[in-house]
Write a protein that binds this ligand. Structure first.
Ligand code: NA7
Length: 561
């Protein structure tokens, strides 16, 4: 049976860096990827308008000076094709493909206590051709899950979806071949970060565009632009400084919060800041703002009204403008989508907004969509309806720990982790960017590098001390989960129905709006300090043991370097 010291699941941004670290240490490791190629988010999401909302040069990996020096980001917020080229360049440069197996969907991962091994069953695409009939089995000592936090797309549960005779797809499954949109009647369902990117991009390229909006989202201009050779040279000179700034800001960006108290400055001063931020690129409007925006209802309401006024200024039809202004939550308590020409799209005669909170979609017909009011005919229906976020990819694998405990059972009502990277009862299983880690609420790759480094350091530490088994204690897990939970209490975010709080109307059990404590809100510096302190104390809260178990017949496990 194929055995590896480490199996990494998922060849996205996190999986790539994880396998690089393991390969550098000479550890026998492999990445299993369900898709046909690497890239994760940037492999799948090929919809028009898909791009970073992080500055490109803060999104790229920081681990290699050589890589930083040779890569030229062409746009401040780079688009999907370029991002995928970048990840392929990284894989090729560091020879990472040789340790990757594609079309390998892991169906099950069971911990074998007696042998201190993980036993994996994968559907490697060979089930149907009669060669194996049962997929493939592998074993490993350590299992590292880099599954992606937004990698399980969810579709509405609408009657008749299979009946539609035109083209329809979730944005995550946007076809690889070009989709002919000129002159076509296109529907977009969903106005989250994805829908807002798609709508802004295709409004002037399609025949008719009808947007089906259930709840509007607060969004603000991306203000993208090209990066010239001279600017890129300057960025390269400043990379150390840039990453140092990212490391000390809560969001892991170059954006530092305004340290003045919201109520300590005059309204004129607040307006001056907001006018400036609205015209600046990226998340500044969210992250360079006053901190009270996130915690104080009055501050949040005043700022939300400022943004509402901006929307009114940009959308010509006042009725449409009012529909685009969120009423059920304030600015910034959900993930803020950044937009390019989004609001102006609604000024075009070929773009129509349907408020499905008033006239819900009742079914999909052969020709299009039926709302409670009327039928609409379409050539293409785009579902920009989001993801079974953060825990969805974990739930799709039958993960069983000590004594056959199922992770999906453990996480059924609420989730619990240690540092977002380990789970009590699931020894030798690591999640560099897991639920409740510092990644989801911060600039993702910065969080990924932190998590991958911590997990890899743990493996090195174990090898150096002759340990073969690690497991977070129940007490440590409870302490961390309580900490994560308590932080929500301070945040207005807890009141919003979004993927940050585990809401998804398309997933049974997640549609009620009961808060699930999925992301760590303490900010990147605090997170890094905490996990570093744990490591410095010999991995306090983690039981380490030398029990190697018995090796499986026919395999020759290699020790960690
Ligand atoms: P989001 O942010 O979860 O947005 C999904 C959108 O789809 C949102 O507007 C939803 O409305 C809408 N939606 C979902 N299900 C339905 C149904 N059944 N009917 C109508 N409308 C629906 O996902 P995104 O892909 O946009 O963004 C995810 C993250 O990816 C983003 O934050 C970035 O980090 C990258 P609702 O608000 O639930 O009423």
């Amino acid at each position: 049976m194929e055995h590896h010291e480490v199996i990494v699941i998922g060849a996205g941004v996190a999986g790539l860096y994880q396998i690089k670290r393991l390969a550098d240490l000479g550890i026998d490791a492999v990445v299993l990827e369900a898709g046909s190629d690497l890239g994760g988010t940037w492999q799948w999401n090929r919809y028009p308008g898909a791009r970073f909302d992080s500055e490109s040069y803060t999104y790229g990996y920081s681990f290699s000076r050589d890589l930083l020096d040779e890569w030229h980001w062409k746009e401040r917020f780079s688009g999907q094709p370029e991002n995928l080229r970048y990840l392929n360049h990284v894989a090729d440069k560091f020879g990472l493909r040789q340790d990757m197996q594609f079309n390998c969907r892991v169906e099950a991962a069971h911990y074998d206590e007696a042998q201190n091994l993980w036993r994996l069953r994968i559907d490697d695409g060979r089930i149907d051709d009669g060669r194996t009939g049962e997929g493939r089995a592998l074993t490993c000592r350590f299992l590292i899950l880099t599954l992606g936090l937004l990698s399980i797309p969810t579709l509405p549960r609408l009657e008749g979806m299979e009946r539609f005779k035109g083209q329809s797809f979730h944005t995550f499954h946007w076809p690889h071949e070009p989709v002919e949109m000129a002159g076509k009647r296109v529907a977009v369902i969903g106005t989250g970060a994805t829908g807002i990117q798609v709508i802004g991009e295709i409004a002037d390229k399609v025949g008719e565009l009808t947007v089906f909006q259930r709840r509007p989202n607060w969004s603000a201009p991306l203000n993208n632009g090209p990066i010239s050779d001279a600017e890129m040279a300057d960025i390269r000179r400043r990379y150390d400084e840039i990453f140092a700034t990212c490391a000390r800001t809560p969001g892991g960006f170059e954006h530092e919060p305004d340290r003045r108290g919201f109520h300590e400055v005059t309204r004129a001063e607040r307006l001056a800041l907001w006018d400036k931020l609205y015209d600046e690129p990226g998340f500044g409007i969210w992250l360079r703002n006053f901190k009270e925006i996130f915690t104080d209802e009055t501050a949040n309401a005043e700022f939300s009204e400022y943004i509402a006024e901006r929307i009114r200024r940009r959308v010509k039809d006042p009725k449409v403008a009012e529909k685009l202004i969120p009423r059920d939550h304030g600015f910034g308590v959900q993930r803020v989508p950044l937009e390019t020409r989004y609001f102006e799209a609604y000024n075009r005669p070929n773009v129509h907004l349907v408020d499905i909170s008033e006239t819900p979609i009742v079914s999909v017909t052969e020709r299009g969509l039926r709302t409670s009011e009327r039928d609409y005919d379409f050539d293409i229906i785009v579902y920009a309806t989001g993801f079974d976020a953060i825990t969805g990819a974990f739930d799709r694998i039958d993960i069983q720990g000590v004594s056959g405990e199922k992770l999906s059972d453990k996480w059924r009502t609420t989730i619990s982790t240690f540092l977002g990277m380990m789970i009590h009862g699931f020894p030798n299983m690591l999640m560099p960017a897991g639920p409740q880690s510092g990644s989801a609420s911060t600039n993702y790759p910065r969080g990924i590098e932190t998590g991958v480094n911590w997990c890899t350091d743990l493996l090195e530490y174990m090898a150096a001390h002759g340990y073969a088994r690690c497991e977070a204690t129940e007490t440590a897990e409870k302490r961390w989960t309580d900490h994560v939970t308590n932080m929500y209490a301070m945040m207005l975010m807890r009141k919003a129905k979004s993927w940050f709080t585990g809401y998804n109307s398309n997933v049974a059990g997640h549609e009620q709006g009961t808060v699930r404590y999925l992301v760590y809100n303490g900010g990147a510096p605090k997170y890094v300090n905490t996990i570093n302190a744990v490591a410095a104390k010999g991995y306090e809260g983690v039981v380490l043991s030398a029990d190697r178990g018995t090796a499986p017949a026919g395999s020759q496990p290699t020790a960690v370097a």
